[in-house]
Ligand binder design. Sequence first.
Ligand code: GDP
Length: 211
Amino acid sequence: MGLLTIIRKTRLKEKQIRVLMLGLDNAGKTTIVKRILGEDVNEVSPTLGFNIRTIMHQGYSLNVWDIGGQTSLRPYWRNYFETTDAVIWVVDSSDRERMEDCRRELRELLQEERLAGASLLVFANKQDIAGGMTSEEISEALQLPLLVSHTSHIQACSARSASTTEGDQRIWDGLDWVVKEVARRVYYGTGGGMPMASEVQEKVESSSATA
Ligand code: GDP
């Protein structure tokens, strides 16, 4: 078993998942994190370095690294790649002009060796803005159906949705996928079903009992 796998299994046993939240500047990364944490989304200032926030979900603690997406900061993203379990790539669905830039940056990111084992969740954010792209259109634009190197999923959402329940729920649905996918990958390889958190905990306990 490789060292990275051992580190990942140990962290999952401690119910910790390391998540990198990335995307172009202004996509809504910080707003999504604030929305999840129930904080005021009207007070968001650009992320100039990074914020680390912990989100509790399904009994797991997701350590989310929200990293500034300005062009000048992008070369520093790679400093945070080590032992990442999942990447959440946030897209401004209304920003058609920068969709090609977005595709190129995501593609470069996924070529990083240190992210080879990470799952990818794409949030098609800002769905409340009229005339924006649907999640299907964004999936095509980012060429997600062609992606074979990482397991991926796209989730439409709006961090500033007027409907608090729906806005929140779609973001939580995305996090559900992250937890199930990371657990499935680390414990069951790429071909298994998607276990619930409790099943994963049982698996961890039985594997540490036999270790
Ligand atoms: P970041 O640079 O990716 O962290 O983006 P921010 O979270 O700072 O958000 C950039 C701007 O987009 C802010 O003015 C937010 O209020 C706005 N924003 C974020 N999410 C949404 C959304 O879902 N809908 C709309 N209309 N605006 C949003």
